[in-house]
Design a protein around this ligand. Structure first.
Ligand code: SF4
Ligand code: SF4
Length: 339
């Protein structure tokens, strides 16, 4: 379920609507019966088209602009941007009718009585575990985040409460650019520790490395392009086997490295300053290892002088992940351990 936890904070137009109208008004105004010959004929629902048209009119100028850009991108033959647009709107328009009871309860409990925020929300026999959402999005971004409520009582006590590690469902957090690994420069690995000089990754700090040395550190595992989830109660991090939509699953490299930030805005650019703060980086990542004062493992392409060694030893995610384009809900793809 996605939505704001405390609708009293930074209220939007729908929040104000919920506050200024009675529940009976909502029932009279937006609840409809499913027409024949559709499944659920005569059932009382909050129609999906009402929700969709409400959402779109809230930001009509942005939607019009997006479709104008689509037109220009079609003319320019920019297939990536067109695909991006279509994928977004396919998902955006995938609304469904909600049972009237569910909709009206949500209006009442979440938007009028603020039960999630004040901790009085109940699920069947028990009070729901109130969890404080750790917003990992940027400060100032609206607090609309994926959250799963884990009832204290009931049948799903073992369920876990995950927060998507980045704001956007379309682009989970914690990814950088594995394409760098494809550019292992001949000769870099040839700096032989036995000829008296230490290899550059032992001699230099991350900040002292040249751009070429820095990029050559990436082993090409592509683990950083997997979505990750964070347990919002314990902070525990879990990998999923769902990869960024731009990742070339076979090559384990970014499908559009030059435009990755435009196509996947939350793709994180790693640099010597932020590397030690990116706690979600995989434990095998060369940048993380060096930032922690460790050496490169013996399978690393710089050590083996073979870009494929990361795949041969099974460190990379090649053959072990699915694109977010086809994966469905992330929480169905949680792995027991780092891949
Ligand atoms: S855009 Fe996606 S595939 Fe490319 S580097 Fe970023 S996370 Fe990886
Ligand atoms: S996890 Fe580290 S080593 Fe692996 S692809 Fe990402 S940046 Fe490169």
């Amino acid at each position: 379920m996605g939505g704001p936890i405390d609708t009293r904070i930074n209220p939007t137009t729908p929040n104000e609507l919920a506050q200024s109208h009675s529940l009976a008004w909502f029932e009279r105004t937006v609840i409809q019966r499913v027409p024949a010959p559709n499944p659920g004929f005569m059932r009382r629902v909050y129609p999906g088209f009402v929700q969709l048209s409400g959402f779109m009119t809230m930001n009509l100028d942005r939607h019009v602009g997006a479709h104008l850009r689509l037109y220009h991108n079609l003319l320019r033959g920019d297939g990536d941007s067109v695909d991006q647009h279509r994928a977004f709107y396919d998902e955006y328009r995938a609304v469904m009718d909600l049972p009237a009871e569910y909709y009206l309860q949500t209006v009442q409990k979440v938007f009028q009585e603020h039960q999630l925020a004040v901790g009085t929300f109940h699920h069947r026999a028990g009070r729901a575990a109130r969890t404080i959402f750790r917003a990992l999005g940027k400060p100032g971004r609206p607090m609309i985040c994926a959250i799963i409520w884990a009832p204290i009582c009931g049948n799903i006590t073992k369920s876990r409460t995950w927060a998507i590690t980045a704001f956007s469902m379309a682009g989970g957090g914690g990814r950088i650019s594995p394409r760098a690994s494809r550019r292992l420069s001949p000769g870099m690995a040839a700096e032989n520790p036995n000829d008296g000089e230490q290899p550059f990754w032992r001699r230099k700090t991350l900040a002292e490395m040249t751009p070429g040395e820095w990029e050559s550190l990436c082993d090409g595992c592509a683990k950083c392009c997997l979505h990750k989830l964070e347990d919002i109660d314990t902070g525990e991090l879990a990998f999923t086997n769902v990869a960024c939509r731009l990742l070339d699953l076979g090559a384990c490299s970014c499908g559009n490295y030059e435009r990755r930030n435009a196509l996947v805005p939350d793709c994180v650019v790693l640099d010597p300053q932020n590397v030690s703060q990116l706690y979600w980086m995989p434990s095998t990542c060369a940048y993380r290892l060096l930032a922690e004062g460790k050496d490169l493992p013996d399978w690393h392409p710089l050590v083996t002088d073979d870009p494929d060694s990361v795949h041969r030893v099974g460190i990379s995610i090649r053959g072990r992940c699915v694109s977010e384009r086809h994966a469905g809900p992330l929480e169905h793809h949680v792995l027991d351990q780092e891949p």
